[in-house]
Design a protein. Structure first.
Length: 144
């Protein structure tokens, strides 16, 4: 390493370190910034064909993943979802007085959209898989 760059060893801060349950073969990777207006309901229910990794830049996100209770993610927090069959029910702006911005890096199967919307019939059929808001379920995003 360069002797002209003292302190380089301390230049990185780990935001999250995870072992996703799977990565699609030949995965394509896309990193985007989502920018939700104050009070926005966010994206409709959807899923990703592979894991997605998020970092909150500003604001608060109301986040609900199938099988997990809804929770609020705040600026400076990192989180992830496993993708696959799991439905991402909510990613709404939790505030009506400020925007919500986050980055997301999605790993997906080649040629598939990121994300794929879920229709009303499937949502109804899987309603029993949603966790109630008052649940004390663990916040792990890894499905056993």
């Amino acid at each position: 390493m360069s002797k002209n760059n003292p302190g380089w060893e301390n230049a990185l801060t780990v935001l999250q370190e995870v072992r996703p349950p799977f990565i699609p073969e030949g995965a394509e990777v896309k990193t985007v910034v989502a920018d939700l207006a104050p009070g926005s309901a966010g994206f409709p229910p959807h899923r990703h064909s592979g894991p997605s990794f998020y970092y909150m830049l500003e604001g608060e996100l109301q986040f609900e993943l199938e099988g997990e209770p809804p929770r609020v993610i705040r600026a400076g927090e990192a989180f992830w979802e496993p993708g696959g069959d799991v439905i991402h029910h909510s990613n709404a702006n939790n505030r009506d007085d400020m925007r919500c911005r986050y980055t997301v890096t999605m790993l997906g199967a080649p040629g598939q959209p990121m994300p794929t919307l879920v229709d009303a019939e499937e949502l109804e059929a899987r309603e029993h898989l949603r966790a109630p808001a008052e649940s004390n379920a663990p916040r792990s995003f890894v499905k056993e």
